[in-house]
Design a protein around this ligand. Sequence first.
Ligand code: PA5
Length: 458
Amino acid sequence: MTIRYRFENSLYENVGDKGLKYDDILSYAKENLERHHKDLLEKRKNKTLGFFDLPYDKELVNKINELKKKYINIKNVVVIGIGGSSLGNITLNDAINGVYHNDRDTGLPKIYFADNVDPEKMAHLLEILDPKETVFNVITKSGSTAETMTNFMVLYDFLQENAPEKIKENLIITTDKENGNLVKIAAKLGLDTFVVPYNVGGRFSVLSSVGLVPAALTGVDIEKLLQGAADMDKICSVCDIEKNPAYMAALIHYLLYRDKDVNINVLMPYADNLASLSDWFRQLWAESLGKIDNKGKNVGITPAKSVGAIDQHSQVQLYIEGPFDKLITFIEVEKFRNTVKIPEVFTEIKGLNYLCGQTLDTLINNEKKATEIALTSENRPNTSIIVPVIDEYHVGQLFYMLEVMTAFAGELFNIDAFDQPGVEAGKVATYALMGREGYESKRKEIEKELKNKKQREM
Ligand code: PA5
């Protein structure tokens, strides 16, 4: 079974003028699809874009399977990383193991994420962890990100203080093959090291060692995950707009932005275990597409996170009566892995007894349907990704489809979807403010700017 993309509610036939005419989609595709497809294909062939081929790295899978044998009895895994070096890991854990994974007695290691440099969160993490029973996977492609390196230093010191004999055994490094500080530290300490391929950017790296190592250590079947992605590759590499859901989704977003001023992309899974997929997707979409195009114009569609049914009681009012600036993409799960029956209690109460004997899965899916109907009847464009079941195979498909969709949207917008000059600027300013050597003039520049600025504080 494969995930499916339903888009009829983004069309004129269902939402009138706020939607697209199907013929307009086809005629844009007829004129431009091949050109954009060829460009992407070229970047895949000449290895500029490595994410396309991640599902086929058998050598990496074997290496991870070997590593797993070492950690059969480990109690905790801590991922030290941020942005593309943690969001995919959080998504994978939530989707496959579930958001309550750490509180359930499954026999699998618990997983923690040292992403932000929040002192309270870190202090609590240090309280929880038994360093002798914990594997630390430091993940940073650049090997220099301030947040990750800082969290690593704190946790390294914690290990040194409390279990120095475990440093070599319980530290795993995932970084660039040769650049950055981390690879040097790894070599010096003789640590297990995984490589982030040079041609895979952070936000496209979930199916590389970045996502796979912690996932495998916490029981995720990475072979099924990669199989799902590989099968999606077959579908998403077809140069036919009516057969390729990734291209169709990208084109709908692009044309709604260009012709109908739709500049917000809401991803709304009706499943708590997929809520963090929206966080992962926000980074993928925002960092890839918020850019200056080849004519010097600032472009981008703001991604937004929403979770059904929770946000029916929060955001949906805005989606139905607010500005016509959003395309909502629901994620619907056809078959949940668990079912919970609504018990036959309070049957005498008329306003409640319609629920008795039904199930939570029927309720959540009907709520999705109801929101879809409500939005469509108010001419609010919406689409749906249908996921047969949340498992490794289908999550692999989801990751791959959303990545190809984002890469293809980059072609449509005429931008480089694979750099992040804005992020780099913030990193440089942090180095300067924290006194890193080589950044003295930047620091002076910032200080001067701050001094000349009139402060307005109340
Ligand atoms: O997508 C990206 O490249 C970034 O968001 C990075 O993932 C993020 O900045 C972390 O970088 P690094 O893995 O080098 O620590």
